[in-house]
Design a protein around this ligand. Structure first.
Ligand SMILES: *[C@@H]1O[C@H](CO)[C@@H](O)[C@H](O)[C@H]1NC(C)=O
Ligand SMILES: *[C@@H]1O[C@H](CO)[C@@H](O)[C@H](O)[C@H]1NC(C)=O
Ligand SMILES: *[C@@H]1O[C@H](CO)[C@@H](O)[C@H](O)[C@H]1NC(C)=O
Ligand SMILES: *[C@@H]1O[C@H](CO)[C@@H](O)[C@H](O)[C@H]1NC(C)=O
Ligand SMILES: *[C@@H]1O[C@H](CO)[C@@H](O)[C@H](O)[C@H]1NC(C)=O
Length: 479
């Protein structure tokens, strides 16, 4: 799948890696890898660390190890590690100077677990500049040594797609068929003598604004990145997991046979949490946490105001009223408010064919301290102060609190809400959009849950209820 600007590693998976230096190379004559001089094959799985809460990395890696895989494939997304730098040569050099110093002692030849390094992932999906890829290769070799195996390898399937990710408004793929998965794996393993990577072995969650959009005319991805993977979004063991584990168990002489099947993690149903509105309207509330604003004749892009993700409030003053507002260049979604009143959704900005000019654009600051500042004071008043249902039908910021007697995973059942973003204790856990689906419930990993929890919804459309509901299972609807 398309993930640009990624840096990929193949990491050898052992319960504990010795710190003795080893060798890893390619025997081009016999089309095989050599690890410490002996032929080596891997069955690996992809996991994206940014899609898993760091406190759960160990849990998920143990599940992968128990499956019998002997490697994992990991991307390092540049846009997450260095949010505010531009692209290209100086920027990549700065990025690699930091990244490769971290990587170097972790290479297999230096006693660490990293077997191979990929230069770029899916570079060339659009235009391809071979001078650029050669530059990256030389940069990596100069930093890591030219005996480092780059990820252009013999007899390898580096993305065996067991299933697929889900997009808003697009039917979710059915669960992968375990016997078909085993047929494919068997074909790669026995007929090709290949090494291969199962993509994804654990998909995880597109937290915050990281879901992106791809394919199907640019449909946005759901918050869940479950991917139909062997290890579900919340870590659950699936039928595909059991089938792959059984297959690997049957490989005679496989050096890292499966371990005991891990049990699923418990989840809590924390129930219904009454919500109330912060401030009088969505816009008047978001203005309280806006960043420094820019002024311009024509509207500026998010990038040019240094606001890489999330919401930007664009404001222009009308000298006269009009009928038809047109905004041809909105790449995501735009919501139009006139004097704070919601005017519905428009995708194209002219008013009656006249260009609207003189804009203010203000990024909305959704960092945890900023979001927390919105809530402070909200819970001093009487809890009776809950909104009537009808009051939530307008866009707004809605907050509530609940107490957790046990700290466990949970899911936000967004049924009855319109479209927006969920914050738990100030952390952005992603987008909900139940009217479109197919995702209905958002996964909330245990590490986000405390004894007293604050729920905050930035609701862009309006809801049919005045509470947030927390359940103990994932929910998708058929579309
Ligand atoms: C790798 O580096 C060594 C030492 O700098 C050099 O002698 C050798 O020619 C290089 N090999 C390749 C393939 O560039
Ligand atoms: C796979 O390995 C086996 C045993 O080493 C060998 O007999 C067979 O020819 C190999 N198949 C391919 C496609 O390389
Ligand atoms: C592994 O071997 C057992 C016993 O022969 C068999 O029942 C099972 O189907 C095999 N698993 C796979 C995935 O082939
Ligand atoms: C966002 O808010 C936090 C907390 O108030 C502040 O430290 C940070 O500088 C703000 N960021 C921007 C870009 O204004
Ligand atoms: C928006 O603009 C595009 C291109 O200018 C046009 O094709 C489309 O019909 C417009 N959409 C609306 C809702 O006016």
């Amino acid at each position: 799948m398309t993930l640009h600007w990624y840096f990929l590693f193949l990491v050898f998976l052992t319960s504990c890696y010795n710190t003795e230096a080893g060798t890893f190379s390619v025997d081009y004559t016999n089309h095989q890898f050599l690890k410490d001089g002996k032929p080596f094959r891997y069955i690996s799985g992809s996991i994206h660390y940014m899609r898993v809460h760091p406190d759960q990395w160990n849990d998920r890696l143990q599940r992968i190890r128990a499956l019998g895989l002997n490697a994992v494939q990991v991307y390092v997304p540049w846009n997450m590690q260095e949010t505010f730098q531009g692209n290209y040569i100086n920027a990549v050099q700065n990025y690699y100077n930091v990244l490769l110093d971290v990587v170097k002692p972790l290479l297999y030849k230096n006693g660490g677990p990293i077997l191979m390094v990929q230069v770029e992932n899916e570079y060339g999906y659009g235009p391809c500049d071979h001078k650029y890829t050669a530059f990256l290769r030389d940069l990596i070799w100069s930093k890591l040594g030219n005996d480092t195996v780059l990820y252009t390898s013999p007899n390898v399937c580096s993305e065996y797609w067991v299933d697929w990710y889900t997009q808003w408004g697009v039917k979710a793929p059915g669960a992968a068929n375990p016997s078909q998965v085993i047929d494919n794996i068997n074909h790669m393993f026995i007929h090709w003598n290949a090494s291969f990577n199962i993509y994804m072995i654990h998909g995880g969650t597109n937290f915050g604004f990281m879901a992106g959009a791809d394919g199907n005319g640019g449909a946005p991805s759901t918050t869940s990145y479950d991917y139909g993977a062997a290890i579900a979004e919340n870590g659950d063991i699936t039928p595909v997991y059991l089938a792959i584990r059984s297959y690997i168990q049957n490989i005679s002489g496989w050096e890292q046979p499966p371990l005991a099947i891990p049990s699923n993690n418990p989840a809590s149903n924390y129930g219904q949490v009454p919500l109330k509105r912060v401030g009088t309207s969505l816009v008047s509330t978001l203005i309280q946490i806006q960043e420094a604003c820019s002024q311009s004749t024509d509207p500026l892009t998010f990038e040019s105001i240094d606001h890489p993700y999330g919401f930007v409030l664009y404001t222009a003053t009308l000298s006269a009223g009009g009928k038809t507002l047109v905004t041809p260049n909105i790449k995501d979604y735009g919501y139009v408010f006139v004097n704070n009143n919601y005017q519905g959704l428009h995708n194209n900005v002219t008013l009656d064919n006249t260009l609207l000019q003189n804009w203010f654009q203000c990024g909305i600051n959704l960092t945890k301290p900023s979001v927390d500042s919105l809530i402070s004071g909200s819970f001093n008043e009487d809890i009776e102060d809950v909104l009537p249902e009808k009051a939530t039908t307008a866009p707004g910021v809605y907050v509530g609190q609940f107490t957790a007697s046990v700290l466990q995973d949970t899911f936000f059942d967004s049924t009855g809400w319109g479209k927006g973003v969920l914050f738990i204790n100030g952390y952005n856990l992603g987008r909900y959009w139940p009217t479109v689906g197919p995702q209905i419930a958002l996964y909330i990993p245990k590490p986000y849950i405390q004894q007293t929890n604050t729920v905050l919804l930035i609701e862009l459309v309006g809801a049919q209820q005045n509470y947030a509901n927390f359940v103990d299972h994932a929910m998708f609807k058929n579309i």
